[in-house]
Write a new protein. Structure first.
Length: 91
């Protein structure tokens, strides 16, 4: 995907917020710990980095759910297969 620097940074910040929300509400993290985790999971990638933003191929809900509930969360917790209305309100 080709995007401007501003578009990339906006999307990065949005995914960090969404990931941190899941880590707070499903992972039991404090807001500060959840945001720190999000910053580590979604580091800033320079514009010249190959495959910049590849992590965006799945939304933050999916990545965070995998960490909180494991790789089989969709099978073991089917009610979490789709993002909640509260999560979607963030987007």
């Amino acid at each position: 995907m080709t995007w401007s620097e501003a578009e990339y940074v906006d999307y990065l910040q949005s995914e960090r917020r969404a990931y941190a929300w899941v880590m707070q509400h499903h992972g039991g993290m404090t807001p500060a710990a959840a945001m720190q985790d999000a910053m580590e999971f979604y580091p800033y990638e320079p514009a010249d980095k190959p495959f910049r933003g590849l992590v965006f191929h799945d939304e933050a809900w999916h990545w965070a759910m995998q960490i909180v509930y494991g790789d089989r969360y969709m099978v073991e917790r089917p009610e979490l297969a789709e993002p909640s209305p509260e999560y979607q309100a963030l987007l």
